[in-house]
Design a protein around this ligand. Structure first.
Ligand code: RP5
Length: 170
């Protein structure tokens, strides 16, 4: 089972090498990933959570993506609100799959972030999920389905989760 640790100090690191890197545009986005982290644990996926705004901290963001990619990270999940360019910028910095989670922050309640994330130009894909917490949970499920393709343990955990959903669990 993967260990997990989060902090509001803007950075959280797991003991083992992270396979999933979760990037937040702000520490104010942390509540959105609350239900996502136990799901990643359930799928046995080690992860790291970092706060790095594409607009306010571009150099920090670039450094994190480069370092985690070198360490072997396989999927990036980028969570951001308002003019949410974080997932797109991450997709420009790495060739690994990027999942974008729009956050409902600001007066446009997530529509701004959704459109900013989903409308990527050809060649730089971001897999966009639902706005908010449901989207974050689906980002964990989607990352697990991707990694399940070459990891039988993750595949078994995904199947187990799907069976639980079929029994009426959530
Ligand atoms: C985005 O702006 C963040 O992802 C967050 O959703 C929103 C507001 O950020 P804060 O002003 O709370 O730091 O960049």
């Amino acid at each position: 089972m993967a260990e997990s640790k989060t902090s509001t100090g803007g950075k959280s690191r797991k003991e083992s090498t992270p396979r999933v890197v979760i990037l937040l545009g702000s520490s104010s986005d942390l509540p959105v990933i609350e239900k996502m982290l136990p799901l990643l644990d359930r799928f046995g996926l080690a992860y790291v959570v970092e706060v790095a705004s594409a607009h306010r901290q571009p150099e920090k963001l670039k450094r994190i993506v480069e370092e985690t990619e070198k360490e072997g990270a396989e999927v990036y999940v980028a969570v951001a609100g308002m003019a949410a360019h974080l997932p797109g910028v991450v997709a420009s910095l790495t060739g690994r799959p990027v999942i974008g989670v729009p956050v409902a922050s600001g007066p446009l309640a997530g529509v701004d972030a959704l459109l900013s994330i989903v409308q990527m130009p050809p060649g730089v894909p971001v897999a966009t999920v639902a706005v908010g917490s449901a989207g974050a949970s689906n980002a964990a499920c989607l990352a697990a389905r991707m990694l399940a393709l070459k990891d039988p343990k993750v595949a078994a955990a995904v199947q187990d989760y799907r069976r639980e959903l079929a029994r009426g669990g959530r």
